[in-house]
Design a protein around this ligand. Structure first.
Ligand SMILES: *Cc1c(COP(=O)(O)O)cnc(C)c1O
Length: 397
């Protein structure tokens, strides 16, 4: 029974489930958090500014604004551009729901775009096709940690007078043609969730080179109030003015202490993700039944996800059965994503329907995300490779 599938009662490749992603918190990180806890400032203190400056430097941009989540980062980006009712933002459908929800929060309308079949990145042709007189912005998503073709998107945006927003929640540390993600769009949103490249528990960052936009981001993160608590204390002022409707999207000093400490290891984290991806690429090159995504040339990939597409026509079962079989083997395979326009909320409230984005819909039935995170050992990586080989062999047509 050694080679029989765990799904059918055989011995699994491993007993403890390997998740698709998880954080790596070091003793230095813990010490940094403890130090923040013992300091005078738990929130709106000096660690926020220190983290923001370090982050801006790391992604080669002028301004970074820390907020309470990646979703908040996307929301303040859309709010800072004053997008609203009757205006459209083009968003790829193969993404996390928050990429589109942030547009809806401000009363604007997400227009769902299909993706390129080889890279699953937002297709520039699709963007061009979906532009109407109401279009105000393009919101690109660096799916899996690859980098969209921002040169092409910028050209389209300039020609039509549109803003360019990047959802870079997958691509911290990535570059395209030598340019860092974070410096390629008008506004770029990052997430500091534990499955992402660096973490603060929950958290997010928006970057920009534009001082006015950076000012607006800071305003929206703090209720639309022009000064924060620390600034007023320094100036010995008590008055403040709320000039816009904003939110409390602040990130605490405790979280910024963790994020700043994690940021020191970003290059190491990305390098480890790339090494794991290259081992998978080599192992899967000759495996019929599965193909990795194409990486556009010039992309220094951040590999938030390692996504493969199943050649389901060569298999006797569907993707969901493969996923279950991998999980039974102890491999926490996952799916990123079910296309956003197919979620009941968007079908009910925005009238989106199947067949709107055929490439993404077809891909969504074939994709599997395999575990990839810096703390995985080489033995973990080999477990994934053997489980994939075992499961595909058992179900090959
Ligand atoms: C993680 C993620 C978000 C949301 O980030 P949170 O920090 O969880 O709010 C948004 N977009 C994409 C593509 C993501 O992967």
């Amino acid at each position: 029974m050694k080679n029989s599938l765990a799904l059918h009662g055989g011995a699994p490749v491993r007993t403890a489930l390997l998740p698709y992603g998880r954080q790596w918190v070091s003793e230095e990180d813990v010490a940094a958090v403890v130090e923040a806890l013992r300091s005078d400032w738990l929130t709106t203190g000096p660690r926020v500014a220190t983290f923001e400056e370090a982050f801006a430097t790391a992604v080669d941009t002028r301004y970074a604004v820390a907020v309470s989540s990646g979703t908040a980062a996307l929301h303040v980006a859309v709010a800072a551009l004053k997008l609203g009712v009757g205006e459209e933002v083009i968003v790829p459908t193969l993404t996390f729901a928050a990429s589109a929800n942030c547009v809806v929060y401000q009363g604007a309308t997400p227009v769902f775009a299909d993706v390129d079949p080889d890279t699953l990145l937002l297709s520039s042709h699709e963007v061009e096709r979906l532009i109407t007189p109401r279009t105000r912005a393009i919101l690109a998503v660096d799916y899996a940690g690859a980098v969209c073709d921002y040169a092409a998107l910028r050209e389209i945006a300039t020609r039509h007078g549109l803003h360019l927003i990047a959802d870079a929640c997958h691509s911290l540390g990535a570059r395209r043609d030598g340019h860092s993600v974070g410096s390629l769009a008008d506004l770029t949103a990052f997430s500091l969730h534990p499955v992402k490249h660096i973490t603060s528990g929950e958290g997010g960052v928006v970057t920009s080179d534009d001082p006015e936009l950076a000012q607006r981001l800071r305003l929206f993160r703090n209720h639309g109030i022009t000064t924060d608590h620390r600034e007023r204390e320094q100036r010995r002022q008590w008055q403040y003015q709320m000039v816009e409707l904003g939110f409390n999207y602040r990130l605490t000093d405790i979280q910024c202490a963790l994020a700043l400490s994690q940021l020191q290891r970003l290059p190491e984290f990305v390098a480890r993700r790339q090494a794991i991806a290259h081992r998978y690429d080599a192992a899967f090159a000759e495996l019929p039944g599965l193909s990795p995504l194409r990486v556009p040339s010039g992309v220094h990939h951040a590999y938030h996800l390692y996504v493969v597409r199943l050649a389901t026509e060569r298999l006797t079962v569907d993707r969901d059965t493969i996923l279950q079989a991998l999980r039974a083997e102890g491999i926490g395979a996952n799916v990123h994503y079910w296309p956003v326009h197919l979620h009941p909320y968007y079908q009910n409230s925005h009238g989106t329907r199947p067949a709107l984005c055929p490439v993404a819909e077809e891909a969504a039935r074939r994709i599997v995300s395999l575990p990839i995170f810096p703390r995985m050992t080489d033995a973990d990586v080999e477990d994934v490779i053997s489980a994939v080989g075992k499961v595909l062999a058992a179900f090959s047509a």
